[in-house]
Every structure is written in structure tokens, then in C-alpha cells.
Design a protein around this ligand. Sequence first.
Ligand SMILES: Cc1cc2nc3c(=O)[nH]c(=O)nc-3n(C[C@H](O)[C@H](O)[C@H](O)COP(=O)(O)OP(=O)(O)OC[C@H]3O[C@@H](n4cnc5c(N)ncnc54)[C@H](O)[C@@H]3O)c2cc1C
Length: 236
Amino acid sequence: MEAAETDRAGAYEVVVVGGGAAGLSAALVLGRARRRTLVVDAGEPRNAPSAHLQGFLSRDGMPPAELLAVGREEIARYGVELVRDRAVDAVRDAGGEFDVTLAAGRTVHARHLVVATGLEDELPKVVGLAGRFGRDVLHCPYCHGWEVRDQAFGVLATTALSVHQALMVTQWSKDVTLFLHEVDEAELSDDDLRRLAAAGVAVVPGRVTEVVVEDDRLTGVRLADGTAHAREALFV
Ligand SMILES: Cc1cc2nc3c(=O)[nH]c(=O)nc-3n(C[C@H](O)[C@H](O)[C@H](O)COP(=O)(O)OP(=O)(O)OC[C@H]3O[C@@H](n4cnc5c(N)ncnc54)[C@H](O)[C@@H]3O)c2cc1C
């Protein structure tokens, strides 16, 4: 990137890439510290599929988009700018400062860069699963467990560590089935099998190929051998 194309006249002390909870929190403190700050946010937070966020003191049950809208209002009070765009490149110049290129073509200059881009969930490739994520296909019992308590749970094993996930979710329901899916039964130790049995977790070998949905609700999973198992929530 040519330095001449960079918007140095409007240089920032800090560019924060990512305007989720982390980036906005950083921007709020920077704004209050009178740092000239720009937030660049692509607007795709990780928890977007969820209707409500839980377990966040004073905001329990709030829609995730609402939390971020309040955060954006708060940073604006301190003069922090926000642009809806994606940073596609960041290059450190000879002076140790940054030229950040945005997808729309603009390049902004900053003395410091905060990377708060979050992460993306890699979901198991099972037909229909991605569309249920954050609703009744769940990854975090601390976020969603209360809402599905005492329902019929499935846990989709992707590694032998999924045994621990299955044991953990028995805190929220005693009706738990571990679908071995990508895990060979031989990978489970005698100790794993003993602990699963003691916790009342059923173990079903075989690959899950599809989640079954009726009336916009998860009702089960189907295995490669065609058998269907009724379940109301699936942990991945
Ligand atoms: C389905 C689901 C439900 C959840 N529920 C809860 C809950 O109930 N309670 C709880 O405490 N936690 C919950 N979490 C976890 C919570 O979502 C994360 O901890 C939180 O979103 C992390 O915030 P973050 O700012 O690091 O990342 P994110 O919220 O993912 O924000 C990152 C932002 O950066 C942007 N971005 C990424 N790359 C670029 C780029 N190159 N340029 C510009 N912008 C970029 C993204 O578009 C996004 O807006 C849940 C997670 C999921 C997946």
C-alpha cells in the first residue's frame, strides 16, 4: 500500500478492529482517556444467532444486538468514531505505526492497533445443524443450559473430550445421550465408560447425518443407518 493513499490527515491514535463487546469496551475506555479512536466493525458478532444473552450481570436476557447498540451510544459520547467496514490488511510502517486498509478502499493511519475480531465457530457438518445454532443446537451450557433445563439433550462427539461435555451438561438435564459421531467407541477408556454410566448418560455409536426439525423446533437427530433419536437440544 502506497503511503500517499493513506488518510494521514485524519490519523487516529488507536484503531480498534472489531466492534463486539471486547472492541467496544476497549473503545469506551480509550475515548474516556481522550484518545482519538476509530472502531472498524464488520457487524457480525459471534453470538448473533442467539435471541438473548445470559449470565452477564445486569444484562441477563438482553438481546445481543441491544447490548452492542448501547455500547455504540456510549462510545459516541466520548467522540469515538465507528465505521461499518472490514479491515482487510494492517501494515506496520518504519515508525512502528499502522496503516489499516478497509474493504471499502479507505486506508486509515493509527499509532496503535487493537485487534478485537472475536472468533468464528466451526460447526460440525451435519445437515440442518448450522441453521439451529444458538437456538437448540448449543455450545455453551452456561449461556443456554437454563433455558433448556430438563429437556432431552444430545451431545455430538467430535473428540474423546466430548465425554467431559456430556458429563458437564448432566448438571442441566438427567436425560443425556452422547452420540459418538466422529469418535470410535474404542477411543473411550474404561474410565470414560464407567463415568458416563454412573451419570446415566446413554452412548450411541454411529455418525449423525441430520438434525430433525419440526415446527421450527429440534426434535431429534438421524444417524447414517437411518435410525432417528428424539432429542430437544443438541450440544456441539
Ligand atoms: C450462539 C452463542 C451464544 C452465546 N451466548 C452467550 C451468553 O449468553 N452469554 C455470554 O456471556 N456469552 C455468550 N456467548 C459468547 C459471546 O458471544 C462472546 O464471548 C462475545 O461475542 C465475544 O465478544 P468479542 O467482541 O470478542 O467478539 P464478537 O462478539 O464476535 O465481535 C467481533 C466483531 O469483530 C468484527 N470483525 C471481525 N473481523 C473483522 C475485521 N477484519 N474487520 C472489522 N470487523 C471485524 C465482527 O464482525 C464482530 O462484529 C455466546 C456465543 C455464541 C456463539
